[in-house]
Design a protein around this ligand. Sequence first.
Ligand SMILES: [Ca+2]
Ligand SMILES: [Ca+2]
Ligand SMILES: [Ca+2]
Ligand SMILES: [Ca+2]
Length: 310
Amino acid sequence: MSVVFQCTKIQILARMVAVVALCGLASQAHAQGTILGTGTDSLIGGDLTDPENDGLPDEDTNYNAIFSGNDEPAFGGGESAFNVFDNLLGGGNDKWCCGVSGGFPEEGLWVQAEINAGPHYLTAFTVSSANDVPNRDPTEWKIQGSNDGTTFTDIFSYTGDALWTERLQTILFRAGIDYEVPAEAYSTFRFVAFDSVNNPDGAYHQIGEIEFLGQTDPFLPGDFNSDGAIDLADFEILKSSFNESFSFSEGHSNGDATLDGIVNLQDFVRFRELFGAAGAPAAAVPEPSTWILAALGLLALTVCRKREVN
Ligand SMILES: [Ca+2]
Ligand SMILES: [Ca+2]
Ligand SMILES: [Ca+2]
Ligand SMILES: [Ca+2]
């Protein structure tokens, strides 16, 4: 009896949590990237340049990519360019700083990674600020892809105030949310910057780290089982993972439509958008109220189960 009573109270709590969660959705819709935190621990890790996360920057070994750049193309040294792939956020040679004299060249300052495993669809990437001087943060920059090392296609473009609000801060950008889902897979990914507040004076550009995340199959947000369709089978995956957390590489195949590491109400709402946009038969699309009720029920059930176990 006491367990049933607890569940009733928890269900009420769950509804309150759900309402709060839904209220938060509107403010996230226009966000330019998602702040993950600060410091090395805020990096996702295991990105395409080093899936095992065992790269040794001093020897430039154990990496799974060939790096190049047009400004200090090396690890270590005087804060050289490849330090954006050293899996570290910190001062000194954990960062890439600070640009050639006279300001940004016309082609921009760039650093790139040719992925050993070949072409990938870029599902997300992170760019982190360095340890000091916010006016060195890029204010105009792009992420580009290429398959011949000569012709580059824009995947993401940004112009505006620098996005980082703290030093050594990691910001995540997600395909389908922060930039258009790439229609093509690329073997080389490039970060290129064209402007900063300090440009062209002295030390005018720096960033701490870049992570490229992707998959070899075409990426269709909401198609959790990768069968090329967004349908009720995908909805079943989302439901069965509700309230669970996943690593980035495992998230989408387990129903994490928002690629934020947890399957929750926001994923229900996001999946409903994707489901409708995919042109699924109207009769097969559950009403919004049904989705919310299903989510509430699952949330309450999950909490109740935990209470019973404890
Ligand atoms: Ca890395
Ligand atoms: Ca670094
Ligand atoms: Ca599917
Ligand atoms: Ca999610």
